[in-house]
Structures are given as C-alpha cells and as structure tokens.
Design a protein around this ligand. Structure first.
Ligand code: FPP
Length: 255
C-alpha cells in the first residue's frame, strides 16, 4: 500500500474501528436497494441513482475491508432486472464496466479480490471481457473477496445445480443415495464461499428477491430505510452492532 493511500485512509473513516465489535461476520451479503427512489426524490434520472449507488458501494467495500470482513456479496443485477427499460439496463451495464475498469485504482491498497457470479454469458461482451480481466488481475489478492452477483437469480442457480447433479448421476459418476447438501453446494455458483452471516437490505423493503436462496438458510437479516446511495460505513457499523446481539442457534438451543 502506498504512503498516500495509507495517509488518506487514516482520515477517511473515523466511524467505527474493528475492535469496536465483539464479532465480525465472515460474509456480509447486501441487497443495495433504493437507487431509483434516491434519484426520483431529486428529480434526476434513475441512472444517476445507480451511479451514486456505485460510489456508495466503493465506500462500503473499503469499510468492510478495513474491519476485516472476508466476503462481501452484492446483488448488482438480477435475472429479473432485464424487465427494466432498455435505457436503464444499458446505463447499468455501462456503469458496471466502468466500476470494474476503475476498481483496482479506486480500491487501491485494499487488496480486494473481485469475483462475479451469475449467468455472465448473458451479459454484454464488453462487460464479460472486463469481468475476466478484473478477476484475473485481482485474483492474486488475499484481502476481502468482493462477490458481484450479475445476471444472478437464486432459483436458476439451484436449477443449474440440479442439472449438474443429474448429469453426474446419468454419467455414473454419482449415486442418487450420495446426493447430499455438500454435493449440491459444490454445484452452486458460490461453491467454496461460506454462507452469508448477515444480509443487509436497504430502502425499507423486507424481502429476499431471489437472492442466495439456499445460502441464506441461517443468515441474520438486517433492514434499514436508508436508500442505498446514502449508505456508508456508519450504517454497516449499525448493522454490525445489531448482529452482535443476535443469538444464532442454527436450529439448536442457546448455550
Ligand atoms: C436497486 O435499486 C439497485 C439495482 C437494481 C442495481 C444495483 C446497482 C448498484 C448498487 C450500483 C452499481 C453496482 C455496481 C457493482 C457498480 P432500484 O433501482 O431497484 O431502486 P428503486 O427500488 O428505488 O427503484
């Protein structure tokens, strides 16, 4: 990390430090909702809300990286988001290309490793190329894993997993009796990524919207009325304070 990066980081986030939490979730999943409403409130095009949203994301990535979160997954574009007007979809795709193109510069010194999950083959060619480039470039980093879910849907992910398993059975590589949770997890896009400990959804909506359906079986949920572009490290700190008080029993009983 360069000297300038170190100096600016010292002044950037006075909010809350790592030591202020008794436990830091290993994996935080985020549904960054409310970009459109943020823009509408200001009489601006929705694309401006998404742009502000991408800046909020950078702040949150750096904050999470600083406090030692290992995995941060963000629902950036769902398999259902294609229903939006073409102009909004195009603006989002352009923004994603831009975000990835500038990621290493903007997240400089954060040692962030970027991985994209979802049906990437359904994305514009330019975005696919940028994904491959940034994944390769940041693949050597061993800090926070930023998982960007693009053209992602929990149901299609499960269907794909079922098909992979069916093929293994058909080819005689797997016995039906041996199909278990581990087998299925290994066929999900998130294979190798721990389940989210905490899911944060902004903008006051309180639903899962086809996000990480299997993976969120025992995830703690935290909702805030804040619109995503207004979110920064202090809101994540608020979520972490709430998370500390949760009693996670995973179907068992309290100690
Ligand atoms: C939800 O707000 C947000 C999205 C569908 C896109 C998420 C995009 C970002 C956070 C910014 C870009 C991301 C990256 C990775 C660069 P909405 O449009 O549904 O808002 P609304 O519910 O107020 O209409």
């Amino acid at each position: 990390m360069g000297l300038w990066t170190r100096i600016t980081r010292l002044f950037r986030r006075p909010e809350i430090a790592k030591g202020d939490f008794s436990t830091i979730p290993e994996h935080i999943a985020i549904i960054p909702d409310g970009n459109g409403r943020w823009a509408k409130k200001r009489g601006l095009p929705r694309s401006v809300g998404h742009r502000e949203g991408s800046m909020a994301l950078k702040k949150v990535v750096i904050y999470c990286s600083d406090i030692g979160v290992k995995y941060l997954s963000v629902f950036a574009f769902s398999t259902e988001n294609w229903k939006r007007p073409k102009s909004e979809v195009d603006a989002l795709m352009d923004l994603l290309v831009e975000f990835l193109r500038n990621a290493e510069k903007e997240l400089d010194g954060s040692n962030v490793r970027i991985k994209v999950i979802g049906d990437t083959l359904g994305l514009p060619a330019e975005l696919q190329q940028e994904i491959l480039r940034v994944e390769k470039l940041t693949g050597v980093n061993d800090g926070l894993n930023l998982i960007i879910c693009l053209n992602y849907g929990g149901r299609i992910e499960l269907l794909d997993a079922v098909k992979k398993i069916a093929h293994k059975v058909k080819e005689g590589k797997l016995e039906v009796e041996d199909i278990d949770e581990k087998q299925l997890e290994n066929c999900l896009y998130t294979a190798g990524i721990p389940e989210p400990d905490l899911l944060i959804r902004t903008s006051g909506e309180q639903r899962i919207s086809n996000y990480l359906l299997w993976q969120c079986a025992y995830t703690e949920f935290w909702f805030t009325p804040e619109l995503w572009p207004d979110v920064n490290g202090s809101h994540i700190a608020e979520a972490l304070k709430a998370f500390e008080l949760r009693n996670r029993r995973f179907g068992g009983i309290s100690q």
